[in-house]
Design a protein around this ligand. Structure first.
Ligand SMILES: *Cc1c(COP(=O)(O)O)cnc(C)c1O
Length: 386
C-alpha cells in the first residue's frame, strides 16, 4: 500500500526500479524471529530470493544465517557480515572453485546432493588440510503441490539423494576422512501454501531418523529447507506469512532427539511482500480482443510470470480518482509473447506516463534479472531513500 506522498516521490524517479518497504521487511523479520525463538529453530535466509546488499545487511542484523547456492552467494553473505559459522551451502552443481572458496571461508556446512560431490569435497578438503562439515540433502519424495517448475522433492527431480541410495552414500561418507557428517537436509519446493506437504515431510524424516539410529549414526541437525509461500493475490491483507503456524507443524510432528537442532531456510516468505516493481506506462493500444498496456518493465526485471505462469497484483498508482475501469493485458517491452504480467486485468482507465506497481516482487525479482535485449539493470530503493 502506497501513501499519496510516497507516490508523489516515486513519480520523480526514472523507471523501472524496485521499491522495498523497509518497515514491512522489519515487521516480517521480527515475526520470523519470534516464531523461531518460540519453536527453537535456527533460520538461514535463502539468498537466492534476493541478494541485494541493502536487504542482506538488514536480515543479517536479526541474527539469521545464510543459505547459499553458489560460490558468489557465499562470498556475498560473508561480505554482508553473515558469520561464516552460520553459512550453509546447497546446490546440485557446486564447482571445484565454489567448494574451495567455501572451505577457505570455513562455512558451517555443505548440503551435499550426490555421492560424487561428497568425494570431491573430501578430496579438496584433504588438499587444504581441512575437515568439511556436511549434511546430506535427501530427496524425500514428497509432493509440495506447487508449480512443477518449483517442485524439488520428488524422485523425478534432480535434487538430493534418494533414500534407496543412502546405504551406499553413508558407506562412502564413512570412508572420507576429511568429511564430518552432521545431519540431514531437505527442501521440497517453493511457494508452498498448504501445511500438508510439511506434515508428510515430518513423517519421512521420522522414518529416516530411525534408520540412522539403527546404524548408530548421530544426527546433530535436521534442516527442513524453505518453501513457505506468500499471498500474491492479497499482499495488503496478508503482508506477513504465518511463520508461527509453519514452525508449529515441525514442533508437533517432527520427533527431534535431545540436542538435535531444527534448521529452516525461508527465502521468499521473508522478502517477497516488501518489494514492488515500479514501472511507467509507455503506450496503451487496442488489439482485436483486448486493450494492451505496454510497460517499461518486463520479464527482464521480473521473470516469474513468464517462467512459472505466476500472478502478481498490478496497481495503477496514478489512476485512482478516474471513474472508468477498463480491462487490460499488461505487457512488458521485451520481444517475447510470454513477457506479460497479466491478462484481462481491471484497472482505472490508463494513460501513457501512469505509474504501475507490480506487487510482491521482493523475491525472485531482482535476483533473477536478465539483460536480455541488452536492457540495463533496474535500480532499487529502500523506502527511506525515496
Ligand atoms: C530455494 C531454496 C530455499 C528457499 O526457498 P523459498 O521458497 O524461497 O523459501 C531454501 N533452501 C534451498 C536449498 C533452496 O534451494
Amino acid at each position: 500500500m502506497f501513501s499519496a506522498a510516497q507516490i508523489k516521490r516515486l513519480k520523480t524517479k526514472p523507471t523501472p526500479f524496485f521499491f522495498y518497504d523497509t518497515p514491512l521487511l522489519l515487521k516480517t523479520l521480527q515475526a520470523m524471529r519470534k516464531a523461531a525463538e518460540k519453536n527453537n529453530a535456527e533460520v538461514h535466509y535463502a539468498l537466492k530470493a534476493n541478494a541485494n546488499k541493502k536487504i542482506l545487511k538488514i536480515i543479517q542484523r536479526f541474527g539469521f544465517g545464510a543459505d547459499c547456492v553458489s560460490g558468489n552467494e557465499v562470498s556475498r553473505a560473508v561480505e554482508c557480515r553473515f558469520p561464516s559459522s552460520k553459512i550453509v551451502f546447497a546446490g546440485v552443481g557446486k564447482t571445484d572453485d565454489d567448494i574451495i572458496n567455501a572451505l577457505k571461508k570455513n562455512i558451517a556446512c555443505f548440503n551435499c546432493e550426490s555421492a560424487d560431490e561428497i568425494k570431491v569435497i573430501n578430496a579438496l578438503a584433504a588438499r587444504m588440510n581441512k575437515k568439511a562439515n556436511i549434511s546430506i540433502r535427501i530427496n524425500p519424495n514428497v509432493n509440495a503441490h506447487t508449480h512443477h517448475y518449483i517442485t524439488t522433492g520428488l524422485e523425478e527431480n534432480k535434487f538430493g539423494i534418494n533414500t534407496w541410495e543412502l546405504p551406499e552414500v553413508m558407506q562412502i561418507t564413512g570412508k572420507c576422512r576429511h568429511i564430518v557428517f552432521t545431519g540431514l537436509h531437505f527442501h521440497i519446493g517453493s511457494q508452498v501454501t498448504e501445511m500438508g506437504p510439511y506434515k508428510t515431510l515430518c513423517v519421512r524424516i521420522n522414518e529416516l531418523q530411525r534408520w540412522f539410529e539403527s546404524r548408530r549414526i548421530r544426527l546433530q541437525s535436521i534442516n527442513v529447507g524453505g518453501g513457505l509461500g506468500v499471498d500474491y493475490g492479497k499482499p495488503d491483507k496478508n503482508p506477513v506469512a504465518d511463520f508461527e503456524g509453519y514452525l508449529r507443524i515441525f514442533k508437533k510432528f517432527l520427533e527431534l532427539r535431545p540436542g538435535q537442532k531444527l534448521h529452516c531456510e525461508p527465502g521468499r516468505a521473508l522478502v517477497a511482500q516488501c518489494g514492488s516493481l515500479i514501472s511507467r506506462v509507455l503506450f496503451v493500444k487496442k488489439g482485436r480482443q483486448s486493450n494492451f498496456i505496454i510497460l517499461d518493465a518486463g520479464m527482464t526485471e521480473l521473470i516469474r510470470p513468464a517462467l512459472y505462469q505466476s500472478h502478481h497484483k498490478i496497481e495503477n498508482l496514478t489512476g485512482p480518482g478516474r471513474n472508468k475501469v477498463v480491462s487490460y493485458d499488461v505487457n512488458g517491452p521485451v520481444c517475447e509473447s510470454s513477457d506479460c504480467f497479466g491478462k484481462a486485468i481491471d484497472l482505472p482507465e490508463t494513460k501513457r506516463g501512469d505509474l504501475i506497481a507490480i506487487r510482491s516482487a521482493g523475491a525472485y525479482g531482482e535476483s533473477m534479472a536478465l539483460d536480455y535485449n541488452l536492457r540495463p539493470r533496474a535500480k532499487s530503493y529502500m523506502s527511506e531513500e525515496i
